[in-house]
Design a protein around this ligand. Structure first.
Ligand code: LLP
Length: 421
């Protein structure tokens, strides 16, 4: 089995000593394949992007909570967030201690709030009512508040998380009320955070929003400002999904230098000795992950050629949900040249929106080929579902030694019925 379209994985030795076909044979498809070298490289780029003392990269685990992935991220020195009891559970299973977990909550239940407090993790609340709830459960405790800086950004309106049109954060105009609630419950304002949205490719918007947050904090009463030990600017760091068009990368060195400048000035101005957090999810894990699928059927419906695979939106929902672009590789028997033609890659789910990649110019795909959807490590498995009552896929890590290690087995039909009564 040769590769038909594989420049990216060839160039990165993505499959190590293995081939897509041998992985498919051993583990089946759909299969999430992760490359450890790429994962560690992304972690290292982030950790070294700012030089200022107190700079911390807080991995946003919603992008991928596989235990082995979390362990590697922890080894690379990143802290981690959680926003649900499940994410907190996974963080702890991966060996994180509670000092290195930040609970960035949104509309959590009293039980979830108590669970986070019981685990002694620092909790960020994002409304006045949740601040009051936190204070009533943990009077005298330490808490973070998420503010909504009024500037939003993102690749799709569903992922813009600041500005007036979103549900997130406390508005700056409500700060006095927030301070009254802090006082009422004798709370320490241990930190402030924001997250403006997902997938920016230019540093400027993020830096501008960071500046807005620092200005907001500068206006707090000095007695409160001096309590702050954590300032978290959120995630959103984009990755180049258009691999085959050589899309430029986010310039991390430039972003880091601009942030360093802000942070150094802030330290000098306020004598701040605390931590500055950035909170990327996608940047850490997207590119180390590939979704491997099998081509089951090929047909023409009128002018359109459909390539039918086992990659439905149950395994990767981003294209169906946001219209997201993922590049696709093709692995198959390359006897002779394959003509290039427009093709649409679809899955096996009973919905017409089950489209992974539409009208792409590729070498002709045949039955029994395999396809690899690139940059699937973030919001891939973590958003997968059992729709159409299909088991969740397996996950495999290509280790630094180039070997394949199963890091999550495929669900079975018994797993699907385990919770039915
Ligand atoms: N911090 C907070 C508070 C967040 O809500 C998020 C993402 C992040 C950090 C990490 O953002 P990132 O660096 O990964 O962009 N499912 C969508 C993305 C939703 C992001 C939600 N919040 C997608 O597949 O594009």
């Amino acid at each position: 089995m040769a590769n038909i379209r594989s420049a990216y994985t060839d160039g990165t030795s993505f499959f190590g000593a293995r081939t897509p076909a041998s992985l498919a044979e051993e583990f089946g498809t759909p299969l999430y394949v992760y490359n450890e070298v790429i994962l560690r490289q992304r972690c290292r780029e982030l950790v070294s992007m700012c030089k200022v003392p107190g700079f911390v990269v807080n991995y946003s685990a919603k992008a991928n909570t596989n235990k082995t992935i979390l362990q590697i991220v922890r080894e690379e020195g990143l802290t981690v967030d959680a926003m649900s009891p499940g994410e907190l559970h996974m963080d702890l299973l991966a060996g994180y201690d509670t000092d290195h977990v930040f609970y960035i909550s949104n509309n959590i239940s009293p039980a979830e709030m108590k669970n986070a407090i019981a685990h002694k993790v620092l909790v960020s609340v994002d409304s006045l009512s949740q601040l009051d709830m936190y204070g009533s459960f943990n009077p005298g405790g330490r808490v973070m508040i998420r503010f909504n800086p009024g500037i939003g950004a993102g690749h799709h309106k569903k992922v813009v998380t600041a500005g007036k049109e979103t549900k997130f954060g406390v508005c700056p105009e409500d700060q006095e009320e927030a301070f009254r609630i802090l006082e009422k419950h004798h709370l320490t304002l241990a930190g402030v955070n924001q997250h403006i949205g997902s997938l920016f490719m230019q540093p400027d918007g993020y830096v501008a929003a960071a500046d807005v947050l620092l200005h907001l904090i500068a206006g707090f009463p000095a007695s409160l400002r001096s309590q702050i030990e954590v300032i978290d600017f959120g995630g959103g760091f984009g990755i180049p999904y258009h691999k085959y068009e050589n899309e430029p990368r986010l310039d991390l060195a430039d972003l880091g230098a601009q942030l360093d400048k802000l942070f150094i000035a802030w330290k000098a101005q306020h004598g701040y000795e605390g931590r500055f957090l950035v909170e990327p999810g996608r940047y850490v894990v997207a590119e180390c992950g590939l979704l491997l699928g099998s081509v089951e059927a090929v047909k023409n419906n009128g002018p359109r050629r459909y390539v039918g695979t086992d990659l439905g939106f149950n395994v990767l929902v981003r294209p169906a949900m946001y219209g997201s672009f993922h590049d696709v590789e093709i692995y198959g028997d390359a006897e002779g040249e394959r003509p290039v033609m427009e093709q649409t890659l679809v899955g096996n789910i009973c919905e017409s929106g089950d489209i992974m990649a539409k009208d792409r110019l590729w070498p002709e795909i045949h039955e029994n080929d395999f396809v690899g959807v690139l940059d699937a490590g973030a919001y891939g498995f973590s958003m997968a579902s059992n729709y159409n009552t299909r088991p969740l896929p397996a996950e495999v890590l290509i280790t630094e030694a180039g070997e394949a290690r199963l890091i999550r087995r495929r669900q079975t039909l018994d797993d699907l019925t385990a919770t039915t009564i």
